[in-house]
Design a binder for this molecule. Structure first.
Ligand code: 5GP
Ligand code: ZN
Length: 135
C-alpha cells in the first residue's frame, strides 16, 4: 500500500481528522494553501473523478458540503474554494481522488485562474467538440 491517503484511511499514517463515516474521511492538508485547508477522500482508492461510482462520489461531496461552513468558521474565513486536481497534468500529486476545501478571505491575494479569450467562432467550435466527445 504505497498510497499515502490509503495509509491515512487505514490509520498507518497520522492525520488531523475532521470527520469520518463509512465511506469518507476528511482531514487537514499538511501543507495548507490557507490555514484550515482540508481534504475529503473516499475510503476506497480511486485515482480520478471518472473512476468513482456515483453513490460514493455523492457520499464524498456530502461531506464536503457538511464541513465547508465549519472549516470557514474555524478559519475565520468568508468563503472557501472546493477543487479537485484530476490527473497529474492538472496538478494531482497524490493519485487518490480528493477534494480540496480552501478557506478564503476577501483580498487574500490568492489568484487561481488566468483568463483567456476565444478567437472568433472558437467558443462554439469548442462546445461542438465537447458534445462530439460525449458521444
Ligand atoms: P494534489 O496536488 O494531489 O491535488 O494534492 C495533494 C495534497 O495532499 C497537497 O495539498 C499536499 O499538501 C497534501 N499532502 C501530501 N502528503 C500529505 C500527508 O502525508 N498528509 C496530509 N494530511 N496531507 C498531505
Ligand atoms: Zn489510495
Amino acid at each position: 500500500m504505497d498510497c499515502i491517503f490509503c495509509q491515512i484511511v487505514q490509520g498507518c499514517r497520522p492525520a488531523a481528522k475532521i470527520l469520518e463515516n463509512e465511506n469518507v474521511l476528511a482531514f487537514l492538508d499538511i501543507a495548507p494553501v490557507a490555514f484550515g485547508h482540508a481534504l475529503v477522500v473516499p475510503k476506497k482508492h480511486y485515482a480520478r473523478l471518472e473512476d468513482i461510482p456515483i453513490d460514493e462520489l455523492s457520499a464524498v461531496i456530502s461531506v464536503v458540503q457538511k464541513i465547508g461552513p465549519a472549516v470557514q468558521a474555524a478559519a475565520a474565513a468568508a468563503g472557501y474554494n472546493v477543487s479537485l486536481n484530476n490527473g497529474p497534468a492538472a496538478g494531482q500529486v497524490v493519485p487518490h481522488l480528493h477534494f480540496h476545501l480552501i478557506p478564503r478571505r476577501t483580498g487574500d491575494g490568492l489568484q487561481l485562474w488566468p483568463q483567456n479569450r476565444y478567437d472568433e467562432g472558437g467558443l462554439e467550435k469548442m462546445a461542438q467538440a465537447i458534445i462530439a466527445a460525449l458521444g
